[in-house]
Design a protein around this ligand. Structure first.
Ligand code: ACO
Length: 331
């Protein structure tokens, strides 16, 4: 594929992380696990947990307001809101419409939710880019907000140690000086759907007392299979996104990968030949916040000065579906 002129750029990012910290020591009191096991197998030391009455829309609203402020925009400037979440506050209406009202966005704007699990942010940026290219929107607000603590079985040590709550937001606008999204590559494979599921609570399997008792409304995951598929998918997608952008690995200033497991990130970087000093990681502090990991990571990397104007950034993600993808951009 020939490298193309960017159509859209991420002009601002922001994040919201709940205050409450849950450490590995706290988890040792809840399930049969240890700080050593969690750190060595995942790289996670602690995660943030939202309060009972704080939902995905509220966390997303906080991140959204901060992103608009950084972009120097008002909510009235937004043409489109895309929210990625695997943990909407309610099944209806969409979290995007709730955020539209909460931030005071105009009724001229349209809003929808997008569900691609942990890959949701990259899918959303690609959707935003498409809407801008089609002339349907100039200013797109993307919010990735996840209250994973509500869908985790806190008695299942194989999953409850992995996840945390939080939100990231990004403003996507038309590209101006050649900066912006250089390539984006996405795939999914529904044949692997059973690897990560929440079996109950949908149209085919409504909630019943029996299903609730069997915790079928909670996240279930085949960890080791997901691990292998994640490394394969993210490394191949990264290599492909670099090729489509006409970039070499050496051109990349920072890889901002989905933060699921330090060993997954290290293996992905090794296969994609990105040295670890150019890989962003914050999962030691937040764990896996599903689709919020990349916008939160981008925002922290900007703040830490690891990326800035002119930087080339590679992002890659993987999640339930299975879904995966990679994206490159010049900032
Ligand atoms: N503490 C102590 N021991 C544990 C724990 C724990 N928290 N969890 C599992 N174990 C035990 C297992 O019972 C097993 O014991 P056994 O050998 O006696 O049977 C042993 O540790 C090894 O278990 P594995 O599952 O093989 O451990 P692994 O090294 O694969 O690590 C993990 C498990 C961390 C879940 C890993 O497989 C992983 O990260 N997978 C990917 C998860 C992921 O990326 N998910 C992202 C998608 S999520 C989404 O889309 C919403």
């Amino acid at each position: 594929m020939k490298p193309r002129t960017p159509v859209a750029r991420i002009s601002a990012t922001a994040r919201y992380l709940p205050e409450r910290v849950m450490t590995n020591a706290d988890l040792e009191q809840m399930v049969d696990t240890s700080d050593t096991w969690i750190r060595e197998r995942t790289g996670i030391r602690e995660r943030r947990i939202a309060s009972r009455d704080t939902g995905a829309a509220e966390m997303g609203t906080r991140a959204a307001c901060a992103a608009l402020q950084k972009a120097g925009l008002s909510a009235r400037d937004i043409d489109l809101i895309i929210v990625s979440t695997a943990t909407p506050d309610r099944m209806l209406p969409t979290t995007s419409c709730e955020i539209q009202a909460a931030i005071g966005a105009s009724r001229r704007c349209f809003a929808y939710d997008l569900q691609a699990a942990c890959t949701g942010f990259l899918y959303a940026v690609t959707m935003a880019e498409g809407q801008i290219a089609a002339g349907r929107a100039e200013t797109v607000l993307i919010v990735s907000t996840e209250k994973m603590s509500t869908i985790i079985d806190w008695d299942d040590r194989a999953t409850c140690i992995l996840f945390g709550d939080g939100a990231g937001a990004a403003v996507v606008q038309p590209s101006t000086n050649g900066e912006g999204i250089l390539s984006s590559y996405h795939r999914s494979d529904g044949n692997l759907a059973e690897l990560i599921t929440r079996p109950a609570g949908g149209a085919r399997t409504p909630l019943t007392a029996d299903r609730l008792r069997r915790r079928e409304h909670m996240l279930q995951m085949a960890g080791p299979e997901v691990f292998k598929a994640a490394v394969r998918a993210m490394s191949k997608a990264s290599i492909r996104a670099l090729k489509d952008a006409g970039l070499e690995t050496g051109d990349i200033d920072l890889l901002v990968p989905h933060q699921a497991n330090a060993r997954i990130i290290e293996a992905t970087a090794r296969y994609a030949r990105v040295p670890m000093d150019r890989v962003f990681m914050n999962l030691d502090r937040y764990g896996n916040i599903s689709s919020a990991t990349i916008p939160v990571g981008l925002d922290e990397a900007r703040e830490e000065g690891r990326i800035g104007p002119g930087s080339h950034v590679l992002m890659t993600a993987f999640g339930a579906g299975l879904t995966w993808g990679a994206m490159t951009m010049r900032m």
